[in-house]
Write a protein that binds this ligand. Structure first.
Ligand code: FPP
Length: 241
């Protein structure tokens, strides 16, 4: 008798990436750090393509942390310029591939020009439904939890007894990631083994893959390998099978 084998590939719904190692990639070649960021954009493109092809629904990228504002002014301004340039250049590709674009973070420190460009691309791509590309910009996990707590406190100030009923799902709605499923898989490149104030609340049961490869070298093949490794993981969420 033929046994039915479930061959459905276990594709993660949401893959998140801490793109690390651009600076080292550039230094190893005797180049300025910003060259590494420019090269990193190629990996962003490759992984976005690979994610769409694999059927991933959300790809999120940690592009700039709140702590990154403390980098040399020239590097900060290059990164912001790179963001502007990418927004202008990638619009057509995102539309062709049915990708919705979203940016999440503390926008207070972003220039009005960049904010406008972001809002424009978010609006243009809002009806695309094949995949959502989320860029975390000026983001930190602690900032997110704090802003959620503040908004929640304001909402409940006239009804403190309502807090008794507050669920985890209710709290989720105050996070800047509301409506986006928690990441199934988080990849960090460049051999660093930490979360660096990224998705602290949302990564409670995320599978982690740490790769020694520097972000500009990561590309499509490594991304596919990470998906294959994820498919072999046994997710138990603290339970026993
Ligand atoms: C970490 O490498 C990388 C960043 C802080 C920036 C990532 C940005 C990009 C890849 C380009 C812009 C992104 C988009 C979405 C268009 P690092 O500088 O910390 O490297 P190091 O640890 O080797 O110094």
């Amino acid at each position: 008798m033929n046994q039915t084998v479930d061959q459905t590939p276990r594709v993660p719904v949401h893959v998140s990436i801490i793109m690390d190692g651009n600076g080292r990639w550039a230094r190893e070649r005797g180049l300025e750090r910003v060259k590494g960021h420019f090269e990193g954009v190629k990996s962003v493109r490759a992984c976005t393509e690979a994610a769409v092809e694999a059927g991933v629904k959300y790809l999120s990228l940690f592009a700039f942390s709140e702590e990154n504002w403390n980098r040399p002014a020239q590097e900060v301004s290059s990164l912001m310029g790179l963001m502007m340039k990418s927004i202008a250049e990638e619009c057509a590709t995102l539309m062709e591939n049915g990708v919705r674009f979203r940016v999440i973070g503390n926008f207070e420190r972003l220039s009005p020009t960049l904010r406008e460009a972001i809002a424009g691309l978010e609006e243009k791509t809002r009806d695309n439904s094949r995949m959502t590309l989320v860029i975390f910009l000026s983001y930190s996990g602690k900032w997110d939890i704090l802003q959620a707590a503040k908004a929640l406190a304001a909402d409940y100030s006239s009804n403190p007894s309502g807090l008794e009923e507050l669920s985890l799902e209710d709290f989720d709605k105050y996070l800047s990631t509301a409506g986006i499923p928690d990441p199934d898989l988080l990849i960090r490149t460049s051999g660093e083994l930490r979360i660096s104030n990224f998705l602290l609340w949302q990564a409670a049961y995320t599978e982690f893959i740490f790769s020694d490869v520097l972000w500009p070298d990561f590309g499509k093949e490594r991304f596919r390998e990470a998906l294959a490794e994820y498919a072999r993981r046994d997710r138990r969420y603290g339970k026993v099978k």
